[in-house]
Design a protein around this ligand. Structure first.
Ligand code: ZN
Length: 477
């Protein structure tokens, strides 16, 4: 009989921190610049130079620790991780080994059944990035711009039980880290890198099976696909009486399969020892408090506040707290005095549609939050119809013109001329006396059948509030 296995998944994340300069020197933290333009004797590993710790990186580490509900350790120790690689000229990377800055935290994710589950964070530590080798043609090139860029490595407990849980963990982690400006988290630029650990064990047992590691994952989807593939492969292997070997694997996204990179025998021994050129890192309670006080609410906390104070439902509140930039845009619209629900509707219908079609992020929106607020207020104030508003919005987005200017110049402004409105209203009543008598009998909704034709004949420009008033006056006398 076929046995059922349970996957045990843990994740290691490397995040490039959003600091102005590198971890131990004053070079610009800009890995993507022209190769080898942000380098100095220190980050190229020359003799006789001493590292100086970047305080901003420490602050970001503390911030991450607070977001992960973890212990911020008052004393942590930098250590040398020794290995040879052409893009690591020092022959070691400065990292943290036995005493990381952060330990024992968690992230909440949704599990298979839709319940909230805590995924433990074993530790997170500060370290420096290595340079970057580029291989092509008959030579290899090295770019040291990335050498010494501050990293935070976040190691989870093996608490995930499905590829989807791993995906949810990554999504939540990225959302939080980007929200707090700890990292840009752009996977394509290597600002967020994921390594996966996986083992299988028979359902109902406790003992861990043999663990494999998967590297070279360039998207969250790749993580999910690689895990799904490996779980299937190992389940089949175990059911056929085979043994899983402890290996490091690579994920080939194009082929949709894992490849063996190296086996246990060639595993690295890093010979860690405390970095003699840096004192132990000390973090005081006052420093932790300072970071805490400057921190915005986390996405899920902000979501709750929006539900409680703005009356948004969970879905809408979730939409506006997806990203920091969306939340900032939304709040700017609100500050102008627009109703929350109207703001959500506009941001996630017209604006989102246009952004998607133009392949833009909300930060790049040609229509500013203030401009959108102005437009919504024109509708709320009954000065333009929503049909006109949509047209003006689209035009503003395409031409980058201000909404105000477009409204003035296009003559899109409303017909507020009562005499004209009355002519249209009378014609509508004459054409549909049934609707008029229903309104008279107290069915307020029936007025829509009269408003429609007037909007049509006025090309959407009749002032809806004024038209309503005039229709009611004409019908009820
Ligand atoms: Zn440097």
């Amino acid at each position: 009989m076929e046995q059922t296995f349970e996957p045990v998944i843990g994740l290691e994340i490397h995040l490039q921190l959003n600091t102005a300069s590198k971890m131990f020197c004053s070079c610009k933290n800009a890995a993507g610049s022209t190769p080898n333009t942000n380098i100095c004797p220190l980050c190229t590993g020359q003799l006789g130079v001493l590292p100086t710790l970047n305080k901003e990186a420490v602050k970001l580490g503390i911030k991450a620790g607070l977001a992960l509900k973890a212990n911020i350790n008052e004393i942590s120790v930098f250590a040398r991780k020794n290995y040879f690689y052409p893009d690591l000229p020092k022959g070691y990377q400065i990292s943290q080994d036995l005493h990381p800055i952060i330990s024992h935290g968690y992230i909440e994710v949704e599990d298979k059944a839709g319940n909230t589950k805590k995924i433990g964070i074993t530790r997170a530590h500060l370290e420096e990035d290595a340079g970057k080798s580029m291989h092509g043609g008959d030579c290899s090139l090295i770019d040291f711009n990335r050498s010494g860029v501050p990293l935070l490595e976040i190691v989870s407990e093996p608490d995930m039980r499905s590829p989807q849980e791993a995906y949810n963990y990554l999504t939540n982690l990225k959302k939080m880290m980007a929200w707090l400006d700890i990292s840009n988290c752009d996977m394509e630029k290597g600002e967020l890198r994921v390594d996966v650990n996986l083992s299988l064990r028979p359902v109902g047992t406790e003992k861990f099976g043999t663990r494999i590691e998967i590297k070279n994952l360039n998207s969250f989807k790749a993580v999910k696909d690689a895990l799904t593939y490996e779980i299937e492969r190992q389940t089949k292997l175990l059911n056929e009486g085979g043994k899983v070997l402890q290996q490091t694997m690579l994920w080939d996204d194009a082929k949709g399969q894992t490849l063996v990179m190296r086996s246990k025998e060639t595993a690295q021994e890093y010979r860690y020892f405390p970095e003699p050129d840096l004192p132990p890192l000390q973090v005081t309670q006052a420093e932790i408090e300072e970071v805490k006080n400057a921190m915005p609410l986390l996405p899920n906390e902000q979501k709750k506040v929006y539900m409680d104070t703005l009356g948004l439902n969970a879905y809408d509140a979730g939409l506006v707290t997806q990203e920091r930039a969306i939340k900032d845009y939304f709040e700017t619209v609100l500050k102008e005095g627009v109703q929350a629900k109207a703001a959500v509707n506009w941001i996630f219908s017209d604006l989102a549609g246009k952004l998607k079609a133009a392949n833009l992020e909300i930060l790049q929106s040609p229509v500013s939050a203030k401009d959108l607020a102005f437009l919504i207020k024109q509708i709320e104030g009954g000065k333009i119809s929503s049909k006109i508003a949509k047209e003006v919005f689209a035009k503003a987005f395409d031409t980058k013109e201000s909404i105000k200017k477009l409204l003035e110049s296009s003559g899109a402004s409303q017909v507020n001329d009562e005499a004209q409105l009355e002519v249209w209203a009378k014609a509508a009543i004459a054409a549909n006396p049934k609707a008029a008598s229903e309104v008279k009998a107290g069915n307020a909704k029936a007025i829509g059948a009269l408003v429609g034709p007037v909007m049509k004949v006025s090309k959407g420009k009749a002032n809806p509030a004024l038209l309503n008033k005039i229709l009611n006056r004409l019908i009820k006398g």
